[in-house]
Design a protein around this ligand. Structure first.
Ligand code: CA
Length: 719
């Protein structure tokens, strides 16, 4: 009886998925099929989550606790014995795409995700697979991802596991079996929304936002009832067309800060693709809001305006989605400076008073300490060197901009930090013991110039930025000179003094998220394939393990039967890995994606990869003239670069087009690019976006880049 009910739900779910309307087609799990509380798997509820600190052995939600501190009270692994940590088990994730998830562990079971929103339930002691759920996202959906087909994890609640699928479905699984209980389409499937973030559950409602602001969507977050997936509320982050009226007073207020017809340019952006936190005492939840569509504000909102609630932290009532307060980090954002980065709540002493604060290090380079009761800014200082603003004015709470940074078409500007930020999605950690926030910092610039020929293209990359201005130099000497500028480090930041306490410089830029523990340790994985333990007060390295692949996900820890485990999902990927192809993790490391779990005294090892990044270039003769190649360069940067890399140099997660056989002949190239011959591999058809003249120009550019690479490989000296 149970099976047939499940089959029916699966069928209904697929119908909902294929439905183009924002559907709420749901099927309630029959009462008889609901597991009894006593034997329930993942029996997490409001009380357990609010009291998560009393269960240090479990890691029951994305940031471990509702305040998202990612600090574990566990101390069995400590400074004295961390050198004895060894690999207890590993689990192959069987994908070469980006891995960003934090695993959840409840009562001995681990729930984790890999690329393409696939969920695995594992025995947390042994890594033995209990079940796997694959939402079977259509691979061509990757067209709508700015930053890889990643997923950052699940939420659990009273016997169910919730995952946001890349194509916008929210799926509830039976925690014991992995079978689908219900699924709903949270977005209009015709629009380029995606989900990569982890859901949270607050008082029986599953919260999930979405991404897609690069492509043209109107951002929102919505709440769904755990029992049947019915929508409880929805909060838009940017106003719609004023002529159609506003959903609420917050939208009417926000609309006063916009100009022009942003609603016809894809909807304004402002997606809620990652950070959330919750304060049960204040009964406030906090969300981070992303960038605008397009990035370039001169196009999005001619004449300026703050463009609320882009790049803002917004406080909402979790029962209703009612707006309470907001703080905007980057008014009138124009650099892709999202405020979707990790939000941490803590009670810290400032000037002799304990303050309930919210802390964030968003992309724009400032570290903010905000009173989370009412949104008052308490302090803001830059955690990296920046060129777009001089400081934040404490009277107005606004950044004081460097005027030239708000680039014009004819006057590009080099901005620190880049569109990937001084800090991206990689989670930070706050230790109440040291009072420090540990930030995985990115430190490199980008050139911004307006695109005078910008035309909004529905469902495709829309930045309004000149792609050639934003490209890398082609000369190898200039690229080599750039390399030392592309930096990354672990920074321990004191939120009370707004000063750096210590730092560890890394070899690569795009490193992993952070875990801190009460035993005085900080753990982080690195781009060059190490999982490392540092002391939390000085950043001294105490231990490292060769994961033999780049790490971007954050470690987590749990305890079962008195044994403490440390676990991290390893594997390279995400936005930097796609775009900055040449500046990869480590030229000698392949992408091997696994869950690695450690405990004291284990001696497990991983096979040492016999691998070297190589590409064979065999380009056909160039037949196009310089004008066509230049046109192809621009089209490539605007259309292809987001996945295949700046200047046609790919990272490790998607093919390097310069070495592709499909560039040999225009017919073969068009079969793929226009007709979707490699759709099943994730390469969508671009016939709605590009003409045959366009693809000829793009191919000519790639052929040029392949010849350049071949010459370099053959040791030619650049003239
Ligand atoms: Ca963005």
């Amino acid at each position: 009886r149970r099976l047939s009910a499940v089959s029916l739900i699966v069928l209904l779910g697929l119908t909902a998925c294929d439905n183009t309307a924002p559907s709420t087609t749901v099927k309630t799990l029959p009462e008889s099929a609901q597991p009894a509380a006593k034997t329930m798997t993942a029996a997490v509820d409001a009380k357990r989550l609010e009291d998560a600190n009393t269960e240090p052995g479990n890691w029951m939600s994305y940031g471990r606790t509702y305040d998202e501190q990612r600090h574990s009270p566990l101390t069995k692994v400590n400074r004295d014995n961390v050198k004895d940590l060894g690999l207890a088990w590993s689990f192959d994730l069987n994908t070469a795409r980006g891995i960003e998830a934090t695993s959840i562990v409840v009562d001995g079971v681990m729930y984790t995700t890999s690329a393409w929103s696939i969920v695995h339930a594992l025995d947390a002691r042994t890594g033995k697979k209990l079940w796997t759920y694959d939402p079977k996202v259509a691979k061509e959906k990757s067209l709508h991802t700015c930053c890889d087909v990643v997923n950052r994890g699940v939420a659990v609640w009273q016997g169910q596991v919730f995952v946001g699928a890349l194509d916008g479905r929210l799926v509830a699984l039976d925690a014991a079996t992995g079978k689908v209980n219900w699924e709903v389409a949270t977005v209009d499937a015709k629009l380029p929304y995606t989900i990569t973030g982890a859901p949270r559950v607050i008082k029986g409602k599953v919260l999930i936002g979405n991404g897609g602001a690069e492509f043209g969507v109107r951002g929102f977050i919505a709440a769904y009832n755990v029992a049947d997936g019915s929508q409880a509320w929805k909060f838009y982050t940017v106003p719609g067309d004023p002529a159609k009226g506003f959903e609420n007073e917050a939208m009417a207020m926000a609309a006063k800060t916009w100009n022009g017809k942003w609603f016809d340019l894809g909807g304004g952006g402002g997606t809620v693709w990652d950070a959330m936190a919750y304060d049960p005492d204040l009964d406030l939840m906090y969300i981070g809001v992303g960038n605008g569509t397009p990035w370039n504000q001169r196009i999005r909102s001619p004449g300026g305006g703050d463009n609320l609630f882009l790049s803002s932290i917004v406080a909402l009532r979790p029962d209703t989605g009612e707006y309470v307060w907001h703080y905007q980090t980057t008014p009138g954002e124009t650099w892709d400076y999202t405020a979707t980065q990790h939000i941490i709540l803590a009670d810290i002493e400032l000037e002799g008073k304990t303050r309930k604060v919210l802390m964030q290090a968003p992309k724009n380079g400032f570290f903010y300490v905000i009173d989370r009761t009412d949104g008052t800014l308490l302090s803001a200082e830059n955690y990296i060197d920046i060129t777009w603003a001089t400081h934040v004015d404490m009277e107005t709470g606004r950044p004081v901009e460097v005027p030239e940074a708000r680039f014009y078409d004819e006057k590009p500007f080099t901005v620190f930090p880049s569109y990937l930020g001084g800090h991206n999605w990689h989670p930070m950690s706050y230790s109440p013991n040291t009072g420090l926030v540990y930030i995985p910092v990115l430190d490199f610039p980008a050139n911004y110039g307006g695109d005078p020929a910008f035309k909004y293209r529905p469902g495709i990359f829309n930045t309004g930025i000149d792609g050639i201005v934003g490209s890398l130099p082609d000369s190898q000497a200039e690229r080599d000179a750039l390399r030392p500028l592309i930096k990354g480090r672990l920074v321990a930041w004191d939120p009370k003094t707004q000063k750096e306490a210590w730092r560890v410089d890394h070899k690569g830029s795009w490193n992993g998220g952070i875990l801190s523990t009460a035993s005085g340790l900080v753990f982080q994985g690195t781009a060059d394939g190490k999982l490392v333990a540092y002391t939390d007060d000085k950043g001294e390295k105490l231990w490292e393990f060769p994961a033999n692949t780049g790490i971007v996900a954050p470690p987590m820890t749990y305890e079962i039967d008195g044994e403490q485990y440390l676990s991290v999902n390893v594997g390279w990927g995400g936005a930097f890995a796609l775009v900055f192809g040449e500046f990869v993790q480590d030229e000698s490391l392949p992408n091997v994606n696994r869950v690695l779990t450690f405990k004291l005294g284990s001696k497990g090892t991983l096979p040492v990869p016999d691998w070297k990044r190589t590409a064979t270039f065999n380009p056909p003769a160039q037949t196009a003239n310089d004008d066509i190649i230049r046109h192809g360069f621009r089209l490539y940067q605007d259309t292809c670069m987001g996945c295949h890399g700046l200047n046609a140099v790919s990272g490790l997660t998607v093919p390097d087009l310069r070495a592709s056989g499909y560039i040999q002949a225009q017919e073969a190239f068009d079969e793929v690019v226009l007709k979707g011959a490699l759709r099943a591999n994730g390469m969508a058809a671009f016939d709605q976006h590009l003409s045959t003249e366009d693809t000829a120009a793009i191919r000519a550019y790639i052929v040029q880049q392949a010849h350049r690479a071949l010459k370099l490989q053959q040791g030619a000296v650049e003239g």
